[in-house]
Design a protein around this ligand. Structure first.
Ligand code: HEM
Length: 535
């Protein structure tokens, strides 16, 4: 049995605290002996214990002084600093995964290159255009919605969509469905499946609930900052949930690995007819090119089941909640803007038809649908804030004419709020807070977005841009086509929704007009119930 995170943390940090004190103690002893001076032992111990705090403040003030000096050399001002514990959520995310599942989403440097090279080929056009997985799960989920409405209840759309995205992502990645849709969904007033024992005890709920609970504890670790292990002195809070998830993932992995091993033994290539999943892709693709760049030196290390599992969980985390968030807010906006709902449906009827399954080409032609999704992503970005750490000191030019440049010291965590960027009137125009998909089609596109594309960054940008961007657009478009082909007139069931806090009524930004209370998790989420949806 391994050490608890708390004990491991204490062991890890022991040298950090003990070495300066031990060195001070030894130095004092030698000095006192050489100068023939006597000091009581408690005083020597006390002075030695002060060594770590003194070093801490010396480093703090020295680095601040050195940064200011370097900024002055460039005629720049130092980058504005924020209070760490409040805003370090994303930067601490990777740390909180310690001993967990390192992968493309939460690793850096060569390790990231290795994981990115491993995942990237799977997101080719052909693979993400295979819609039968969405089709099956969308059909099941919409049938469930109809049944629930026929019973006279409104629908917890966020819960329904979470099940749809989980089952679809799991099938795409693992090749086996979690079947969380088959567990059913909560009735209004039941906050979670825990309040409904038949739903909670369903085998499919165990994976889904463990995933959510594990995520919840991970977020708590992030909130607590570096010393989170001290809150887990006796046991690891995330481990039981990881174990519960492993019960689901391990047999699927074993099956894929055994099959590949047999193929290699018989010198066979994978069956052409066979449907490729992410697991089978990982155990099939040769990664010889990545061997050279990553330092991994044997093929067995590439086919290490742990590496494969890490990759799968990373993608499940990166792809599931984000798309759920996009679709939840999309339905919220449909309920708030019936005129937009009508326009979307007209486009669907024109490009796809009343019952037909949408194809890749039809989806590409649906310009208003893409504009609608972009507008949802603009005002309600599923990743509301993000951060980067500077690997070396750099000077950024000032945005204000005549303003001083900004000096960013090396190893600085630079935070940015995607939500704020997306809602700024100076970037998007005076109607920035209005929900209006046309801004991605009409002259405002050329005026604001084209000359300055980084004002829209729901998927980030640069080398670490989201791998699943097109997958997410396809999945969301597919679901909305199916939803709007079958349902009309969405409205919020305000008796069941969590309203925003009363003080929001007089708040700025969108606070004053919000009907639901968007809350922050790793991604944002809403509790959205739609009633009066009719066929
Ligand atoms: C609306 C849906 C989505 C949004 C808004 C979104 C957003 C993002 C953002 C902002 C990042 C950058 C994180 C960072 O580097 O700090 C990211 C990275 C990533 N996303 Fe997505 N994502 C979505 C859907 C998906 C899907 C469906 C998948 C996969 C099935 C996926 C896989 C990934 C991966 C693997 C990364 C890490 C890429 C890297 O670091 O190289 N995402 N996503």
């Amino acid at each position: 049995m391994g050490l608890s995170p708390g004990l491991a943390y204490l062991l890890r940090t022991l040298p950090y605290f003990a070495v300066p004190s031990a060195v001070t103690y030894a130095t004092l002893k030698v000095l006192l002996r050489q100068t023939d001076t006597a000091l009581p032992t408690p005083v020597i111990v006390f002075l030695s214990l002060l060594a770590r705090p003194v070093l801490f403040f010396y480093n703090l003030y020295y680095s601040e002084w050195a940064d200011n000096k370097a900024a002055a050399v460039h005629g720049a001002i130092i980058v504005p600093k924020v209070q760490e514990p409040l805003l370090s959520v994303v930067s601490k995310f990777a740390e909180s995964f310690q001993g967990g599942y390192p992968g493309v989403f939460n690793s850096d440097g060569d390790m990231w290159k290795f994981h990115r090279a491993m995942s990237r080929p799977f997101f080719s056009r052909e693979r993400i255009s295979d819609f039968h997985i969405y089709d099956r799960n969308a059909t099941i989920s919409l049938q469930m919605a109809k049944k629930r409405l026929a019973e006279g209840y409104s629908i917890d759309f966020q819960d329904l969509i979470a099940r749809f995205t989980l089952d679809s992502a799991a099938e795409f990645l693992f090749g086996g469905s979690v079947e969380s849709l088959s567990a059913g969904m909560p009735y209004p007033g039941q906050e979670s499946s825990k309040e409904n024992s038949s739903l909670h005890d369903h085998p499919a709920s165990i994976f889904a609930d463990s995933f959510m609970e594990g995520l919840h504890h991970t977020v708590m670790r992030i909130r607590m900052g570096d010393a989170w292990p001290l809150d887990e002195l006796m046991s690891d809070r995330v481990l039981p949930f990881r174990k519960a998830m492993d019960v689901f993932i391990d047999p699927l992995m074993k099956k894929a690995l055994d099959k590949r091993e047999q193929q290699l033994l018989n010198d066979k290539s994978p069956d052409e007819e066979e449907e490729e999943t992410f697991i089978s892709h990982l155990v099939t693709e040769p990664y010889y090119s990545s061997l050279a760049t990553t330092g991994a030196n044997t093929l067995s290390s590439i086919l290490d089941p742990k590496v494969i599992k890490d990759e799968l969980i990373n993608l499940l985390l990166a792809g599931r909640d984000t798309t759920m968030c996009l679709l939840s807010f999309a339905v919220y906006m449909l309920a708030e803007h019936p005129d937009i709902e009508t326009r979307l449906r007209n486009e669907i009827l024109e490009k796809v038809g009343a019952n037909e399954t949408p194809t890749y080409d039809q989806m590409r032609e649906m310009k208003y649908m893409r504009a609608f999704l972009n507008e949802v992503l603009r005002l309600y970005p599923p990743v509301p804030a993000d951060s980067r750490i500077s690997t070396k000191a750099t000077v950024l030019p000032s945005k204000k004419a005549g303003g001083k440049p900004i000096y960013v010291p090396a190893n600085t965590t630079v935070l940015y709020s995607v939500t704020n960027i997306h809602r700024r009137e100076d970037l998007w125009g005076p109607d920035a807070l209005k929900f209006d998909p046309d801004r991605f089609i009409d002259e405002r596109l050329k005026k604001y977005f084209t000359p300055n594309p980084f004002i829209f960054c729901p998927f980030n940008a640069g080398p670490r841009i989201c791998i699943g961007q097109q997958f997410a657009y396809h999945e969301a478009t597919f679901y909305l086509v199916r939803l709007l082909q079958q349902f009309t007139e969405f409205s919020l069931d305000q008796s069941a929704n969590t309203p925003p806090p009363a003080e929001w009524k007089f708040g700025d930004n969108l606070k004053g007009t919000e009907k639901i209370f968007p809350m922050a998790h790793v991604t944002m989420y809403i509790k959205l119930l739609s009633s009066e949806v009719s066929l």
